[in-house]
Design a protein around this ligand. Structure first.
Ligand code: AMP
Length: 297
């Protein structure tokens, strides 16, 4: 089993073609739904009393929700706007609401998880949560500009507690104050994490381990409409694939980045979660086969 902890949100997403208001989102939502294609996934998250039943049903259809808390107050809200290239997003508002000072409850049966993903969330909460798991074989985390600007020291501390950090290029630069991505990764590895995966949006990703660099291209598509959650879907697929194979060696981690790129490409093909909710396992298999074909030479 895999445990995913992080934000579950009501997102407002402004794309050049459509504005979505208060739709189901959140880093743990995207990551968990993505990983659920590979392995049974338990979610630890918090929502407010305003969280619509229809969204609860979507989560329940894919994930174990024994770790979901419903608190008095409003659900975490995020508001972001893309430019016309879809590659630059400006955060207009982050409202923590019930996520602020949340003390997660870890169901007893989750504690056996050997794979744990700390999706984008308050780094102090992530640090406290990982301590509750004593059989972890592989853990991974992500972060976002909001936490780098408000809790940088905690973000670095969180990196020390996990095996792998997945982070996008802009955030890696912001955090390390380096521009070159190899330098960024080296600095992050120096802080104490073994693997660093830098996501580069439509340009794929770079995996770093000791002196190894493994680049993987994105699966190119011409109908990207909403990139929200692509990074979380990438990470969810990586750790979901590893958990399904119960492997953590470098070869498996390299392969997991291919699944990451493939799930990221599905995520951007629909608004909000639609891209992930519309596919079947067979679509993933087909796209991975195609990915292999187009990258072979
Ligand atoms: P991505 O597009 O992969 O960067 O992920 C976007 C998702 O992250 C959205 O669904 C948001 O709800 C969520 N998110 C945005 N800001 C934060 C934050 N500060 N902490 C946790 N989750 C966030």
């Amino acid at each position: 089993m895999l445990t995913v902890f992080g934000s579950t949100a009501l997102d407002t997403i402004r794309t050049p073609t459509k504005v979505l208001k208060n739709v189901l989102g959140g880093a743990a939502t995207f990551a968990g739904i993505s990983s659920s294609f590979f392995v049974k996934t338990g979610l630890i998250a918090v929502v407010g009393k305003d969280f619509p039943k229809k969204y609860h049903d979507v989560l329940a259809s894919r994930l174990n929700l024994d770790g979901l808390s419903v608190k008095n107050g409003k659900t975490f809200r995020y508001d972001g706007k893309y430019d016309k290239t879809l590659s630059t997003r400006t955060t207009l508002r982050t409202e923590l609401n019930v996520l602020e000072n949340f003390q997660p409850r870890v169901p007893q049966h989750y504690k056996k998880s050997q794979f744990v993903y700390l999706a984008n969330n308050d780094p102090d909460q992530n640090i406290a949560l990982i301590k509750e798991f004593d059989r972890v074989k592989f853990s991974m985390c992500d972060t976002i500009e909001f936490w780098i600007s408000t809790k940088k020291a905690s973000v670095i501390k969180m990196f020390k507690k996990v095996d792998a950090v997945v982070i996008n290029d802009e955030e890696a630069r912001l955090l390390t104050k380096e521009f070159n991505l190899i330098k960024c990764a080296k600095k992050i590895m120096d802080w104490g994490t073994k693997y660093v995966i830098i996501k580069k949006g439509e340009h794929g990703s770079l995996l770093f381990f000791e002196d190894v660099i493994f680049p993987s291209v994105a699966f190119s598509i011409e109908n990207a409409i909403d990139p929200t959650g692509a990074g979380d879907s990438f990470a969810g697929a990586m750790i979901g694939y590893l958990a399904s194979k119960k492997k953590t060696d470098l070869a498996a981690i390299k392969k997991s980045t291919v699944y990451g790129n493939v799930m990221g490409s599905f995520a951007v093909q629909g608004y909000g979660l639609d891209g992930l909710l519309q596919i079947k396992k067979s679509d993933i298999k087909k796209r991975v086969a195609l990915y292999e074909k187009i990258t072979r030479f």
